[in-house]
Design a protein around this ligand. Structure first.
Ligand SMILES: Nc1nc2c(c(=O)[nH]1)N[C@H]1C(S)=C(S)[C@@H](COP(=O)(O)O)O[C@H]1N2
Ligand SMILES: [Mo]
Length: 252
């Protein structure tokens, strides 16, 4: 590659890099900046790396769009979930008084939190869109505690790079990097449109990651684990989604 085209590539940025030479320069840069996603080794690996790396370099601090109140959807769509377990139904019958969120991994103060404790933390609200990879979306007001607040309380250790989160549904777990975990719009959400978060929409507690597609907003959250290495979890792809063919990083 000539100096001129190299300069042009750096100037125009990773997202517009084309051709094999461009791709290898871009993935090299991504590697230097620690921007290789955990699902980068498959057929679509280069695409996933470019997508994640260019988003991170260009939009690290950007906010998901917030909407005026009059654009809240009148019928927020509750996507189907697998039939909920007896354990879930028992918690539901008890008004979720016994729902617990375990916080563990690379934190100084691991612990177990009730919904009451989460609600005693500073509450935040945002009116944002939840967009499914299948093409539909809705706008709602989400209320919850910033994930960053829960992480601050637990004291994240300096090597931490990702937060892994688990649903009470066994097949649903996912993870985000620290940029999204500490982002002000990433919530552990327990409210929607002024009321409790309905079970259909993931109540009593769901992760809300408005800068990524809907599937990253995992419902019925019971556990979060702070880690430096996603290879230790599941098949090492960072989430149950790439195991089913979806990208780990689903920035919008
Ligand atoms: N536990 C769990 N979380 C989940 C899902 C699921 O089936 N189970 N579906 C995901 C998908 S694909 C989308 S698009 C959103 C849908 O959220 P909604 O039901 O509020 O529309 O939830 C996500 N979180
Ligand atoms: Mo979805």
């Amino acid at each position: 590659m000539t100096d001129l085209s190299r300069r042009k590539l750096i100037k125009t940025g990773l997202s517009t890099a084309t051709g094999i030479a461009g791709l290898s320069v871009a993935t090299g840069m991504a590697k230097n900046y620690g921007l290789i996603p955990p699902d980068s080794s498959g057929i679509w690996g280069i695409g996933e790396t470019l997508n994640y790396a260019s988003y991170r370099l260009l939009t690290n601090h950007s906010m998901a769009r917030e909407f005026p109140r009059n654009e809240i959807s009148t019928t927020p769509f509750a996507n189907d979930v697998a039939p909920l377990s007896d354990a879930f139904k028992k918690l539901q019958e008890g008004g979720f008084a016994d729902w617990r969120l375990t916080v563990e991994g690379m934190v100084d103060r691991p612990g177990v939190l009730s919904l009451g404790q989460l609600k005693s933390y500073p509450a935040r609200s945002q009116i944002t869109q939840l967009a499914c990879e299948e093409g539909w979306s809705y706008v709602a007001e989400w209320t919850g505690v910033q994930l960053s607040h829960v992480l601050d309380m637990a004291g994240i250790q300096s090597q931490a790079r990702y937060v892994v989160y688990y649903s009470i549904e066994p097949d649903w777990w996912d993870s985000i990097d620290m940029v999204d975990a500490l982002h002000p719009q990433t919530y552990l959400a327990y409210g929607m449109n002024g009321g409790d978060l309905s079970v259909g929409n993931g109540g009593p507690l769901r992760m809300r990651v408005p800068r990524q597609l809907g599937y990253k907003s995992v419902k019925f959250i019971t556990r979060i684990v702070v880690t430096d290495d996603l290879k230790k979890f599941g098949k090492g792809l960072g989430s149950s989604s790439p195991e089913g063919g979806y990208a780990w990083y689903a920035g919008i």
